[in-house]
Design a protein around this ligand. Structure first.
Ligand code: J2J
Length: 528
């Protein structure tokens, strides 16, 4: 493990290797193996492209060599901000192959977030599309490169303008072999603090998370998985890309989750599996009533990222004509999925069962004592694919991980006797807006810079479609700001739009808890 990352203690690493969870294989080698065992099988369908495992592997090799040729090498960080296009897959595996490390940003991120990721990781390259959903990423790149001296390359999928075009090409001979125990990539944590946290995921443990999901979901070569959420999130990456590849199935990329984009692909590609957040599932269920597309290939839809209410869960199977599965998980590791033979009542009310037999979960009170079986408490997680620390964050790690290595998820859950987990809420200061996670403190810090904001608390309010939406409770300085002014202010500061408050409430003061902290519970109750 490199500097700034927390390794697993040797006794755990040995145990995970001995049990076969961790293999002596990099993610680049995983793809190489598939190209040998299933050369002609379709690996990836996206837009007009349809690549077999052999073709994806060859493209990956050439891109790896091209990246290496321009000086990107082992341990270099590359901030990747691509939508669901095939180049995202080739680029990730090309970087894995040469031991360079993608830092996966979302297309929605703007200069504030991207500059931070580049600076914090000393990134040498930044990869963008040319224009996506009406936004010119080359302008963003010009702004970021002017601020970050370590950035040597901006690579563009599409018209490069003043930058360098992807794909790069080269002769794939003599490339270095990365360490399977080393960091493969950095995922973004949902975050609870002023700045986003990065989760370092190692080749062997992250690869295992995908294999464990493939086993829990009984994926096989016949699996055709449609990803319509942004692929750079951990959930579509592990449940979509990694699990599907481990099973030598086919991954289909949709630009977005709307029925217009997804249904034609389901019909054309005979999609069998897909993951959806509850809000998108609602749209699918409505559209399926009158849409003509043939969705009969769907074997199962998986819903997660934010809580699926049991009343809605009940409607999924009849509306979409396939099985429902729920998914619960986090970029830090632990994830749970239902199994095919789980009883219906368990599938409706719980969010899944951890995927690995070696996952350790504890449900504790605020003093870290185990609660009685079946009671609600704080979820702690440890295991062969749950990280032991965030990147370059020793102080935060000391608070977020227990002395014996459990990750404090910040989630409130209770466990059924079967081990299935029911999500009951959060203790972390985070808003889950349609599965996009917002760290309240990060947005509050930006808003505090507004001249009309004296104090602010960002709280989550329940929402039928998104699960939660955000409400800024502002104690004004002078004339109170408007919601539109605050949005414009955040846009100017280069903050991603999903973090803009949905609602504004002007308050004379922020209510406090007996300990003198702002009581977000009281605020949420006031504006419910
Ligand atoms: C309620 N809250 C949920 C659910 C995640 C699989 C599935 C999801 C993610 C993910 C993931 C929830 N009901 N079904 O990485 O592998 C909330 C919890 C959790 C946080 C993590 C995966 N599923 N959540 O959503 O890193 O609060 O990962 O701690 O984006 O989402 O968010 P994230």
């Amino acid at each position: 493990m490199q500097d700034g990352c927390t390794p697993w203690p040797e006794e755990f690493a040995e145990r995970y290797r001995a049990a076969g969870y961790w293999r002596d294989e990099t993610l680049g080698e995983l793809l190489g193996g598939l190209a040998r065992s299933h050369p002609g099988k379709t690996a990836l369908v996206a837009g007009e492209e349809r690549w077999s495992y052999a073709e994806l592997d060859a493209r990956t090799d050439r891109m790896a060599a091209g990246l290496h040729r321009i000086g990107i090498g082992p341990g270099d960080r590359v901030v990747v901000q691509l939508p669901n296009i095939p180049e995202l897959v080739t680029l990730m595996f090309a970087l894995f192959r040469i031991g360079a490390q993608p830092v996966l940003a979302l297309p929605a991120h703007r200069s504030s977030e991207i500059t931070y990721f580049c600076e914090f990781t000393d990134a040498v390259a930044y990869v963008i599309p040319d224009v996506h959903v009406g936004f010119d990423y080359r302008e963003l790149a010009a702004e970021v490169t002017a601020r970050v001296p370590t950035l040597k390359h901006v690579l563009v999928a599409g018209d490069p303008g003043d930058f360098t075009a992807l794909p790069l090409d080269g002769e794939p001979a003599g490339l270095p072999r990365p360490d399977p125990a080393g960091v493969a990539l950095f995922l973004l944590s949902g975050g609870t603090t002023g700045v986003p946290k990065l989760v370092p995921r190692a080749h062997q443990e992250w690869s295992y998370s995908g294999r464990a999901v493939a086993e829990a979901c009984d994926y096989g070569e016949e699996t055709v998985h449609l990803v319509s959420l942004p692929l750079s999130h951990n959930w579509p990456l592990t449940h979509g890309l990694l699990a599907t590849f481990h099973a030598a199935g086919t991954l289909v990329l949709a630009p977005g989750p709307s029925p217009d984009e997804a249904f034609p692909l389901i019909e054309r590609e005979r999609v069998t599996e897909t993951g959806l957040i509850p809000g998108a599932a609602l749209l699918w269920m409505e559209a399926a009533e009158w849409d003509e597309y043939d969705l009969s290939s769907l074997r199962r839809v998986t819903i997660g990222g934010t809580k699926l209410q049991p009343e809605m869960a009940r409607r999924v199977e009849p509306a979409l004509g396939c099985r429902l599965q729920q998914a619960f998980g986090m970029a830090e590791g632990l994830c749970g999925f239902h199994r095919w033979d789980d009883p219906q009542d368990v599938v409706l009310v719980s969010q899944g069962l951890p995927v690995s037999p070696a996952d350790e979960v504890r449900v504790v009170d605020e003093d870290d004592n185990d609660v009685a079986p079946g009671e609600v408490g704080r979820l702690l997680a440890r295991g062969p694919y749950t990280v032991r620390g965030y990147y370059r964050a020793p102080e935060h790690n000391a608070k977020t991980f227990t002395a014996d290595g459990f990750y404090r998820t910040g989630d409130l859950v209770r466990l059924l006797p079967t081990g299935h987990l029911i999500f009951e809420g959060r203790v972390k200061d985070q808003i889950n807006r349609g599965a996009e996670k917002i760290a309240a403190e990060e947005v509050e810090n930006h808003l505090l810079a507004h001249p009309s904001v004296r104090e602010v608390a960002l709280v989550g309010l329940p929402d039928d479609v998104l699960g939660e939406r955000s409400c800024a409770c502002v104690v004004p300085r002078g004339t109170p700001p408007t919601l539109a002014e605050l949005a414009a202010f955040l846009r100017d500061r280069g903050v991603a739009a999903f973090k803009f408050p949905d609602r504004l409430e002007i308050v004379p003061r922020l209510p406090l808890t007996p300990l003198g902290k702002v009581s977000k519970k009281t605020l949420a109750g006031m504006f419910h």
